[in-house]
Design a protein around this ligand. Structure first.
Ligand code: F6R
Length: 610
């Protein structure tokens, strides 16, 4: 999704801005631009569609002369992918603006500004901001107050940074619904939508809260809250854990992140299981006081994180003795739902910034939930800061747009939640021991699953000419089939759908033919025989299957079925283990298809607009 970087310094900052944008590339974008302001008050602006490299090439080897500047990667929402729609937008050669989010009342504001004589050069909602600030500046001599007056007229979500040609060395920023972080330097200060962008220049960060505005110069940072009062925001030292590093020996971040999963899972568990019990502070200080009262769990999430929630429903209801609902955040937030007694609202999110999930969390505060918990990978995210409890997945920076290690570590966090709630609701020793030993065995089991890489790479060419595919699973493997289908469609662009295998005969069976591969997830669990019947239904209709199966499930490769044996693991952790071969399958098929694996078309990493 869109990314923002800004800087004010004594040195030329165009290289810092471009490096910052490069670090935000993983979020997904379609054009990039920057504007720098020189000491003499002239603004130089360069924008390009496509990659940040195109912007870098356009700037050339000599840094631009400006010492204050703003830069942006755009993920189109209003207006197509064109240079004119790329940010920064500039009003009357003087007010330059970058913006993340969506201004919902932009049409009305555009009409008002046009009536005042402003000429629009783009189709974006953002351009209203720079003209509005310009208009306010006609009567307001202070830039900060002019921006304040302008943003008061905005409806929707924004993280925005404003630069004025009359004030070299000054940036004014405003946050409402779209995250911004200030980076503190010595004789220079920075702003970005993600601290990752600024790690080469500072480790000191100040997170803006909802409704905050900030006035940033080289030597000072002043933050004002929603009411306009001057406030102190804490300064956090980054431990650099979220520094993406490079791809190492891997061709893509996604492949690196798939292979990091055994380590990520070890980290997610480190110090949290003590003598077979969940450590008291695993979900944050005092968490057990809240968890002991919980009788119902409402999970809300999007995409891959939603699939993790779906797996958790099977686990929570069968082992922890609580009822559980799971819902897509964009639906949950706009409907009236019944809140059960002593209900815990659980948000699951890699980024902790997904707009719909965050809105659901905020909505829950107005309802009678007993409390909220977020399972998240980014410690500094809005969801972590706004939830009562949290479980940090500690997967490390996930740069590939397609979520991999975040998902498997979310499942670890959810199994820990089953233990933590179950502890107070009489979880059986059998279940507790199975969870504990399953989690302890998990890293080694994931390592074994990764050994399937060559075999899966070898079969990927069989998907090269396919346009559609079907994924089947039962029980906890149904959401895993959904996740497998999502991975395949998002990075290989092959249409993929998942069905609970028992649903096949209620419609999708009509699709089966030799051109539509059917991927079956078949661990040796109690639903195996049922699944085998569904496999026969596909075979009888001439379908071609790829079955990821436990050796003891006794599937045999033949003309209609290719069996990929996954080494045996406990049924409980099978959803996590079987995720690995499906991730590898989508990766290698995408390689054959020649897609942009780490930044698939049209997608963004952190979806901060609804
Ligand atoms: C798919 C994927 C997305 C995200 C979804 C939610 O690979 O990554 O479906 O899972 O956008 O994002 P988070 O987890 O950051 O809330």
């Amino acid at each position: 999704m869109c990314g923002i970087v800004g800087a004010t310094s004594e040195r030329r900052i165009s290289e810092i801005l471009v490096e910052g944008l490069k670090r935000l590339e993983y979020r997904g974008y379609d054009s990039a631009g920057l504007a720098v302001l020189s000491e003499s008050g002239s603004i130089e602006c360069v924008r390009r569609t496509g990659k940040v490299q195109a912007l870098k090439d356009a700037i050339g080897d000599t840094p631009l002369a400006g010492t204050t500047g703003i830069a942006h990667t755009r993920w189109a929402t209003h207006g197509g992918v064109t240079e004119a729609n790329a940010h920064p937008h500039i009003s009357e050669n003087c007010i330059a603006v970058v913006h993340n989010g969506i201004i919902e009342n932009h049409e009305k504001l555009r009409a008002q500004l046009q009536a005042l004589g402003y000429v629009f050069n783009s189709d974006t909602d953002t351009e209203v901001i720079c003209h509005l600030v310009h208009h306010q500046r006609k009567t307001e001599s202070d830039l900060f107050k002019a921006v304040q007056a302008a943003v008061r007229q905005l409806e929707g979500a924004y993280g925005t940074v404003v630069m004025d040609c009359r004030e070299p060395g000054r940036l004014v920023v405003a946050r409402s619904g779209s995250p911004l972080v200030i980076g503190l330097g010595i004789g220079e200060n920075f702003i970005a939508s993600d601290q990752l962008a600024l790690l080469p220049v500072t480790r000191q960060f100040m997170y803006l809260e909802e409704g905050d505005m900030a006035d940033i110069t080289r030597t000072s940072v002043k933050v004002y809250d929603r009411s306009g009062a001057l406030v102190q925001r804490d300064v956090h030292e980054s431990d650099g854990q979220y520094d993406a590093g490079g791809k190492g020996q891997y061709r893509h971040f996604m492949l690196k992140e798939i292979h990091e999963q055994p380590t990520a899972v070890r980290n997610a568990l480190e110090g949290r299981l003590v003598h077979g019990q969940v450590a008291d502070d695993a979900f944050g200080p005092g968490s057990m006081d809240l968890l002991k009262d919980i009788e119902h769990v409402q999970i809300v999430a999007c995409g891959t994180s939603y699939h993790a929630g779906m797996v958790a429903r099977y686990w929570l209801e069968s082992m922890a003795g609580v009822s559980c609902n799971v819902e897509i955040a964009s639906e949950f937030r706009y409907r009236k739902s019944h809140v059960h007694r002593n209900s815990l609202l659980v948000t699951i999110s890699q980024s902790g910034e997904t707009a719909d999930t965050l809105a659901a969390l905020r909505l829950s505060k107005e309802l009678s939930y007993r409390g909220s918990l977020t399972i998240c990978n980014v410690a500094t995210s809005s969801m972590v800061r706004e939830s009562d409890l949290n479980y940090m997945t500690r997967a490390g920076a996930e740069i590939g747009v397609a979520s991999t290690k975040a998902f498997t570590t979310q499942l670890v966090g959810l199994l820990m939640l089953v233990l933590a709630i179950g502890q107070h609701r009489g979880i059986s020793d059998k279940c507790r021991n199975a969870i504990v030993s399953g989690l302890q065995a998990l890293p080694a089991k994931l390592e074994e699953a990764l050994l399937l890489s060559d075999e899966i790479e070898a079969l990927a060419p069989e998907f090269a000419d396919k346009f559609h595919s079907l994924f089947l699973g039962r029980g906890t493997q149904y959401p895993i089939a959904m996740e497998g289908a999502l991975k395949l469609k998002e990075i290989s662009y092959i249409h993929a759908e998942a069905y609970a295998a028992g649903e096949l005969k209620h419609g999708p069976l009509a699709l089966i033919d030799a051109d539509m591969p059917v991927i079956v997830v078949a661990p040796n669990d109690e639903l195996l025989e049922k699944l085998k019947s569904n496999v026969e239904e596909v075979r009888a209709r001439g379908g071609i299957m790829y079955v990821f199966a436990d050796k003891d499930a006794h599937f045999k490769s033949d003309t209609s079925m290719r069996v990929i044996n996954v080494s045996h693991c406990d049924e409980l952790i099978a959803p996590i283990v079987y995720t690995i071969p499906l991730q590898l399958l989508s990766y290698f098929v995408a390689i054959i298809k020649g897609t942009d694996v780490d930044q698939p078309r049209n997608l963004a990493k952190s979806v901060t607009v609804e």
